[in-house]
Design a protein around this ligand. Sequence first.
Ligand SMILES: C[S@@+](CC[C@H](N)C(=O)[O-])C[C@H]1O[C@@H](n2cnc3c(N)ncnc32)[C@H](O)[C@@H]1O
Length: 221
Amino acid sequence: MFTRENDLDKPMIPVRMRSSGQGVLSTQVVPRSLVLRAFFQRPLQTGAVMASGAALSRSLVTLGRVDRAALVVELGSGTGVVTRHILESCAQGTQLISLELDSQLAQETRSRCPRAVVVNEDAQKVREVIERFGHTACDSIVSCIPWANISPSRQRDMLDAVDSVLRSGGSFVTFAYVHSARLPNARHFYRELCARYPGVETSDVIWANVPPAVVYRVTKV
Ligand SMILES: C[S@@+](CC[C@H](N)C(=O)[O-])C[C@H]1O[C@@H](n2cnc3c(N)ncnc32)[C@H](O)[C@@H]1O
C-alpha cells in the first residue's frame, strides 16, 4: 500500500491514493438523453447510462496531472464532460486530442469543447491518431473506456496502444464503477495494469458520482 498525496498539485477535491479504494457527488451536467440513447444502442460500448459527474471528472484531471502536460489524450469522451474539465485545468498551450468511437457523441464533444481535437476513432488506434497531428507521445492519458465490458485480449491490445504513446513519466488515469469492479473483465483489467506498471494507485471511492467510482492511476517509468 502506498500514498502519493504530495505528488498532486492542489487537488480540487480531497483525494487519497492507495492500493484499494473508497471517497466524493455531483450534478451531472450533460444532456442525459444522448448518453441514454448511446447506452440503449450499444450498452457494452457505452458502459454508462449517464455522464460522469463533476467530482469524478475533477479527480480524473487532477490525478491525471493534465496541468503539467503539453499533450493530453482522452479516450472515450462521450458527451464531453470530462473533456471540458480537462480544458479548464490544463494550460492554454496544452493540446487535447479526444478519441470517441460513437460518431454522435464525438460530434457532441466537438460542439461542447471546440478547443479539443475530437476524433471519431477507436482508442486502440491512438498512436495513428496522434501521429496524424504530428505527435509521437503524450504526457497524460485520461481514459473513460468501460474496461469491465471489454474482453481480456482487447484490453491487452488497447493497453499496448496506450503504453506505446505514453511518454516516460507520463500518467494514465481511468476509472471503474464500484458495483462492477469485481466482474471478471474488470478484475482482469486491474491485474493487467498491475502487471505492466510498478504501482497502481487507487483513489478513495467517489461516492458523489452516480454510480460511485474509483480512479486508477499509473505512471510510466
Ligand atoms: C462510460 S462512457 C464515458 C463518457 C464520458 N467520458 C463520461 O465520463 O461521461 C464511455 C465512452 O467510451 C466510448 N468508448 C467505448 N469504447 C471505445 C473505444 N474503443 N474507443 C473510443 N471510445 C470508446 C463510448 O462510446 C462512451 O462514450
